[in-house]
Design a protein around this ligand. Structure first.
Ligand SMILES: [Zn+2]
Length: 274
């Protein structure tokens, strides 16, 4: 049988029984719309839809290239106003695009995380391991900075005998840091294991890359939605695109086997099957 050219697409009609399923051969080409995007027709439900439906490019007047270019700016410490100035687009255009790109990123990362081949033996084991309740023999360890809320938070959730908790404390005089020292707060964690480098790195990156998280910045998010937008885009970028030594966090977790690009992220369609 001749392989259907549109095997990589699936019907976008949520009511159709082929929705989200690729490679069934139910789709045929149905010409192009005004903007030159291909339209696909589903033989099953007899509805047609645009090939970009389900991607961040759907119903956008900007070109794909331009959308990718603008999206990259969202994680480069610029405010939306700054992105609008740098790219020459209207602020409203940039705002709407940021909202849509964020929704898309949130959907794609959420899907990937849920879709970690659940039910396979290794994943069951991993979940069992991670959700195991700590005991005095099998303790859970925490490392944080000197923020006082952390200790209360930990003790609210765990018994103190099942916790090893260490702090990395900055030595300061009048806001000037002159050193760091470590402290065992609960339990007895070896000093060399007390480290917050991994968390600190992520917090630092987040502060540097999202304009409204920069310390003592003049911008701050005035609406909750703005935090969602910046975090969703940054999360997808961090987990899928931003590779360190050739590996992204999703690759380390076995969720993806390659480094993604912005094009791939924005073009990804969430299907039932992978
Ligand atoms: Zn259909």
């Amino acid at each position: 049988m001749k392989k259907n050219k549109w095997y990589n697409f699936f019907c976008q009609n949520k009511l159709c029984k082929t929705h989200g399923k690729k490679g069934l051969g139910n789709l045929i080409s149905n010409g192009h719309d005004r903007n030159g995007a291909r339209k696909l027709f589903c033989k099953e439900c007899e509805k047609s839809f645009n090939e970009t439906k389900g991607t961040a490019f759907y119903k956008k007047h900007l070109s794909k290239k331009e959308i990718i270019k603008i999206s990259k700016q969202f994680v480069e410490k610029s405010s939306l106003r700054g992105v609008a100035r740098a790219t020459g687009h209207h602020l409203d255009t940039i705002r709407n695009l940021a909202g849509d790109v964020a929704e898309h990123c949130f959907e794609v990362t959420g899907f990937l995380i849920k879709d970690v081949k659940l039910g396979t033996h290794e994943i069951d084991e991993l979940i069992a391991q991670r959700t195991q309740q700590p005991t005095s023999k099998n303790k859970i360890s925490f490392c944080t900075d000197a923020n006082k809320q952390n200790k209360n938070g930990i003790l609210k959730s765990f018994h103190k005998d099942s916790v090893d908790y260490g702090q990395v404390i900055k030595d300061k005089i009048m806001q000037i840091v002159y050193g760091v020292h470590k402290r065992k707060v609960i339990g007895n964690m070896p000093y060399q294991d007390i480290s917050i480098a991994h968390v600190d790195g992520l917090c630092k990156a987040l502060r540097e890359r999202g304009k409204c998280f920069v310390r003592e910045a003049s911008t701050y998010p005035k609406k909750r939605k703005m935090i969602f937008i910046i975090l969703s885009i940054y999360q997808a970028y961090h987990n899928l695109i931003d590779a360190r030594k050739g590996l992204t966090p999703c690759m380390k977790e076995g969720i993806s086997n390659h480094v993604w690009t912005w094009g791939k992220l924005l073009n990804a369609k969430v299907s039932v099957e992978k």
